[in-house]
Write a protein of this length. Structure first.
Length: 352
């Protein structure tokens, strides 16, 4: 088996930590370098179980910092990059768009430039794998699915910043022959997700008997995929995907927000041994998200047809396990929701 030095950016975040864990455990012959700035969303507690592994290395640093990025590429000569570091929450992108442009666009450019510079445009056996989102395609009507050919039509500052980073990666591939792959994935759920995103936020609020702020009429649709299935798709694409190709990843699992929240409330009542209907009483319809995308749904037939990947986790099982994880990992939730989280919550939800 080949030895590779792989830089995984954003490895202390939600999806990144699952990718790091998988690669560290499954590929002992690879040296895994996790580069993360440890923003509010990054948490080394997510990786306690692998931090002592011989093939795991953590580097604290910011992808916006050009001299620092250049220096770590020069020092470690990474054969491959799996790039997940990003500002990832749509609501934050509405209040602070520049943070998204700086990290998601300029940060990606810095990594591409450093990768080019160490390999001096001789890229045999190298790859830059960019992790992106289905939000770059915009919003669907009642029917239809996003395919890899769907034109880009990003609607939020977050989506636009991810679209710009996808374009940069492809442009470097075209101009400098930098070898790349891109995958665009639907909504992930599972353990270790920061409780600003719908599912962990609502689990946390139900547990603490706080209201559940449903944006608008709640009839927005998302396609949910367990994070472990996403990590396995990333592994498949990294090893078997073709150079310069894009792969859409999805769960074939569409839910309107309100139906998903009802299901979550039912499961939470059972798990907390509350009378039926208790959690649902917390549902509160609040002011809609600005520019809220109506529906996302992924056509994941290319990755299944060409690479043999499809999701393994059923939604019922995945949701139940996810709730159990948040109920069991109280310390994790308490730690991430102390301090700055309270100020964020007030700013985002007060007066909605
Ligand atoms: P996250 O917010 O949980 O984690 C992001 C990580 O990146 C954090 O550890 C953070 O500390 C780090 N980071 C942020 N800015 C950085 C910087 N300037 N320098 C270095 N590190 C920095 O995000 P996530 O949900 O795990 O998403 C990871 C990637 O997957 C993102 O690129 C996102 O666009 C993409 N994605 C997410 C989803 C989803 O449903 N969460 C779906 C599809 C694609
Ligand atoms: O589709 C992939 C994307 O999924 C990723 O690229 C993003 O990083 C990730 O955050 C996610 O974006 P969404 O905006 O779809 O996820 P979020 O959990 O923020 O919201 C899911 C849906 O729930 C959305 O329609 C908005 C709604 N919502 C969300 C929150 C936080 C509410 O109704 N109330 C809330 O408090």
């Amino acid at each position: 088996m080949n030895t590779l030095k792989i830089l995984i950016t954003g490895g202390a975040g939600f999806i990144g930590s699952h990718v790091v864990r998988r690669f560290v455990n499954k590929y002992p012959n690879y040296e895994i370098y996790n580069l993360d700035a440890l923003t509010y969303a990054g948490n080394l507690e997510n990786l306690r179980d692998v931090e002592g592994a011989a093939n795991y290395h953590f580097i604290k640093g910011d992808i916006k910092d050009i001299p620092f990025i250049n220096s770590i590429f020069e020092k470690h000569q990474f054969d491959a990059v799996i790039h997940l570091a990003a500002e990832s929450h749509v609501d934050r992108s509405i209040t602070e768009p520049n943070a998204f442009i700086e990290t998601n666009v300029l940060g990606t450019a810095n990594l591409l430039n450093a990768f080019r510079s160490i390999w001096k445009d001789h890229f045999e056996g190298k790859q830059f794998y960019h992790i992106s989102t289905d939000e770059v395609y915009g919003s669907l009507g009642e029917t239809g699915l996003f395919t890899e050919e769907t034109p880009y039509d990003p609607q939020s500052p977050y989506a636009a910043s991810k679209a710009a980073s996808d374009h940069l990666v492809r442009a470097y591939g075209n101009t400098y022959k930098l070898p790349f792959k891109i995958s665009n994935c639907s909504n992930n759920y599972g353990p270790n997700q920061f409780p600003e995103k719908l599912l962990p936020l609502f689990i946390h609020n139900i547990k603490n008997q706080k209201s559940l702020p449903v944006y608008g009429d709640g009839k927005y649709t998302r396609d949910w995929l367990h994070v472990i299935d996403h990590a396995s798709a990333i592994d498949t694409i990294f090893h078997s995907g073709k150079n310069t190709e894009t792969y859409n990843i999805g769960g074939l699992n569409e839910w309107t927000n309100i139906d998903l929240i009802q299901l979550l409330c039912e499961q939470m009542d059972e798990k907390l041994k509350s009378p039926k209907g208790t959690a649902a009483q917390l549902i509160t319809f609040v002011k809609d998200r600005a520019g809220h995308d109506k529906r996302y749904a992924i056509d994941a037939s290319k990755i299944e047809r060409e690479l043999g990947w499809k999701p393994k986790m059923t939604f019922e099982e995945g949701l139940s396990q996810t709730i159990d994880w948040y109920l069991e990992n109280t310390d994790w939730l308490v730690n991430v929701t102390s301090g700055a989280y309270q100020a964020y919550y007030q700013k985002m939800y007060e007066g909605r």
